[in-house]
Design a protein around this ligand. Sequence first.
Ligand SMILES: *Cc1c(COP(=O)(O)O)cnc(C)c1O
Length: 244
Amino acid sequence: MTALEENLERLEDAIAAACRKAACARSEIELMAVSKTYPAAIIAEAASLGLTLFGENRVQEFANKAVDAAELRSTCGNDDLRVHLIGHLQSNKAARAVELFDAIDSVDSVRLAERLNEGAAKLGKRLPVLIEVKLSPEETKAGLEPESTEATQLLERLPDLAHLDPQGLMTIAPWGVAEDVTRSCFRSLRVWRDRWAVTRPRLQLDVLSMGMSGDFPLAIEEGATRIRVGTALFGKRQPWTGAE
Ligand SMILES: *Cc1c(COP(=O)(O)O)cnc(C)c1O
C-alpha cells in the first residue's frame, strides 16, 4: 500500500465514523482533496484512487501544474475530475482563474463576482461559485462577514450575474481554538445558509464547504456537505515559495 492509499483509508474510516455520529450517509459528503503545494503528479495519483474533486489555493501555482483543469482531466484520463480555487482571489486575476478552474469557492466581493461573471461570459460558460463567509474575528481570515453591507450587496447582485452559478457557502474555522468554538463556527455557517434560503429565495445555496484535516468530523456533525482535506491525505506541506 502506498502512503496515500493508507491515508485515504484512514480518512475514509474517520469520515464514516463522523457520518454515523451525524446520522448522514457517506454519499452526502463530498471529499475535496486539497492539492496545493503538491505537484500535478499527486493529483494523478489521487485520481487513480478514485478521488475526483481537488482544491488549489493559488492561480499561478495551479497554472504551473497544468494548462487548465481540462488538460488535467485528459492527462489523468478522468472526465469527472474537477479543480476548484479555494484560496483568496484578487479581482485582477479573475479572468485567468475562470480559464484555469472549474469553480471558484472563495468569492468574497461584488467586484470579484462581477469580474468572474465577465470572464465566464467571454468563455461562454456558467461558473459554479461559493460565497466565502468569515465567522471568526481573526483579522487574517478571508471572507465576508455575514452581516456586512458587502455581503448584502453580493447576495443581491448574484442572481443577476447570469454566468455565475452560486451553489453554496464556504468557511474556514479559526486555528487552535477550543472544539466548541470550531463547532459554533460551523453551526453558524449552516444557520446563515438556512436564513438566506428564506430571505434570498432566488439563490440555491445547498453546498456547505467546511472542515479541514483537523476539524472535518465536527464539520460533518454540523451539516457540511463538502470537506476540504490536504494534510491528512498528502502529508505535511512545505511552505509555498513561488511568486504570486
Ligand atoms: C489548505 C486548505 C485546506 C486544507 O487544509 P488541511 O489542514 O491541510 O487539510 C482547506 N481549505 C482551505 C481554504 C485551504 O487553504
